[in-house]
Design a protein around this ligand. Structure first.
Ligand code: FES
Length: 143
């Protein structure tokens, strides 16, 4: 009780709403109009896991929390600005599972691709594209 500020909760909830909207679009493209109950479960799992990680203070500024069970990573590149990405690397489906301690960049340890923690963009390595964003880039204003 009292361990999570209302600002953080509101921000996480709004970000989570963006996760649902983003993944719904992705699911629509990949399933060609057919709904996928499994995807809906995944979206809820990602939202719950991201919310829990932020609420528990597991996402430090300049760091990340790796949500292995839902294949996602939550970053906080600047104070109060949370981003959620798929942790699946587009090179060979490796998992992004490390933060470079010198730069704060996300790293796929399989072949060393490096990703920007604020945008998911590739900064180095063989990945042909960045990490899939699971949240809007705009930061909602706290009430
Ligand atoms: S699978 Fe990520 S760099 Fe190869």
């Amino acid at each position: 009780m009292g361990d999570v500020s209302p600002v953080v909760n509101r921000r996480v909830l709004l970000k989570a709403a963006g996760v649902v909207a983003t993944l719904t679009v992705v699911a629509g493209c990949s399933s060609r109009g057919e709904s996928s109950p499994a995807t809906e479960v995944d979206i809820e799992q990602i939202r719950a896991a991201a919310d829990a990680a932020v609420a528990a203070g597991e996402v430090p500024v300049g760091g990340a929390a790796f949500l292995e069970d839902v294949k996602a990573v939550v970053t906080q590149p600047t104070a109060g600005d949370y981003k959620v990405f798929s942790d699946v690397c587009h090179h060979a489906n490796g998992r992004v599972s490390r933060v470079d301690p010198d730069t704060g960049d996300l790293v796929c340890v399989l072949h060393g691709s490096v990703f920007d923690p604020a945008t998911g963009a590739v900064k180095a390595g063989p990945s042909p594209r960045g990490l899939d964003s699971l949240a809007p880039t705009a930061t909602p204003s706290p009430a």
